[in-house]
Design a protein around this ligand. Structure first.
Ligand SMILES: *[C@@H]1O[C@H](CO)[C@@H](O)[C@H](O)[C@H]1NC(C)=O
Length: 225
């Protein structure tokens, strides 16, 4: 009786440890060679699934197919025009529910990369910028312009907070290994002259200040700040 009792007690403790472990934070780092996940250099193969391009019902199957195809991670842009169609009126429901999307990715045993931008490419209208943004007096997009930077920071912070509240970052036990700020800016930066250099540094500082506990990346950005 005594042995039985302590055995089941032992297995309950063991089970709690295993259950706790699945909520444990993952440490994401990098060096000049690779991403380092929990101390181990890893080469991550990711593929894009843009959640608003399909229905919620399609997500599990699409994610499973990506996994069956050998991917380690799913990456997606976050589409500003869909999430904030009217200034300060947000929508994270239906097929804009990225919390659900990232949780399905984690349930499938994959990692995720969140490309906030908020400028996106992906053959998406106007790079995902909402039209109201274009129409704000004095705005100049993707450069050292206070009106633009203010809106970009508000949206980025909103997205990060939604993700944090749902514990989506790997530092919180979630699937997101990396987050991206701006997008392929290096290709057009020369166009903005010195203001472009100032802007991309500001992007980096603004992103780091979000304190997400996983690295931020840029894309097509030689010597990313
Ligand atoms: C939010 O987005 C979903 C998915 O696109 C859509 O079905 C719904 O109507 C939107 N909600 C509002 C209030 O616009």
């Amino acid at each position: 009786m005594f042995i039985m009792g302590s055995l089941s007690c032992y297995s309950i403790i063991l089970m709690s440890i295993i259950m706790l472990h699945s909520c444990f934070a993952i440490e994401v780092n990098y060096d000049s060679k690779a991403l380092i996940i929990n101390g181990e250099r890893r080469l991550i193969f990711s593929g894009a699934i843009h959640y608003p391009r399909s229905t919620v019902e399609m997500w599990p199957d699409l994610i499973q197919k990506a996994k069956d195809g050998g991917l380690d991670a799913i990456e997606t842009y976050i589409f500003w025009d869909r999430h904030e169609p009217v200034q300060r009126q947000y929508n994270f429901s239906g097929n804009l529910d990225f919390v659900k999307f990232f949780k399905l990715i984690q349930e499938a045993g994959l990692y995720a990369i969140m490309r906030i931008g908020p400028y996106a490419c992906a053959e998406w209208n106007y790079g995902g910028f909402p039209l109201w943004l274009h129409n704000i007096p004095g705005i100049e997009l993707r450069t050292d312009n206070q009106v633009y930077k203010n809106e970009m920071q508000i949206f980025t912070t909103k997205v990060v907070n939604v993700a944090k509240e749902a514990n989506l970052f790997a530092s919180q036990g979630g699937p997101i290994l990396l987050a991206q700020i701006e997008n392929e800016y290096g290709d057009i930066m020369w166009n903005y002259k010195d203001a472009g250099k100032v802007y991309v540094k500001w992007c980096a500082q603004m992103a780091l200040a979000q304190n997400i506990g996983v690295p931020w990346i840029m894309c097509q950005q030689p010597d990313a700040p």
